[in-house]
Design a protein around this ligand. Structure first.
Ligand SMILES: [Zn+2]
Length: 104
């Protein structure tokens, strides 16, 4: 990782991510953005609105919900990704935000 940019609250969730499940998902032609949990790759339930904010161009680096926008490098802002309620409990406080309720 380069040091030219630093967001204070960055947390690397890679050790928590189920890589086998994620590869399986990608090999089946689906993607995380199809309402799959960023940690375990399982579909999140209808009604779920828990999300994490990925940065630094990485699907593994997240920032706290209240990280000021000016601290986030725009080019590397990956936006918000779904996370299931069980996996959300594995993260420290402050990293899981409320997104839009999933309707389908
Ligand atoms: Zn999960």
């Amino acid at each position: 990782m380069t040091a030219w940019f630093r967001t204070l609250s960055v947390l690397n969730i890679e050790p928590l991510v189920d890589k086998v499940a994620r590869n399986k998902l990608h090999n089946s032609g689906q993607s995380l953005s199809d309402y799959n949990c960023i940690i375990c790759s399982r579909k999140v339930r209808k009604g779920n609105k828990l999300m994490v904010h990925c940065v630094n161009g990485s699907p593994y680096e997240i920032v706290k919900v209240n990280e000021p926008a000016e601290n986030i490098h725009e080019a590397g802002d990956m936006g918000w990704w779904d996370i299931g309620p069980d996996c959300a409990k594995k993260l420290p406080e402050g990293y899981v935000g409320q997104g839009q309720e999933i309707l389908n």
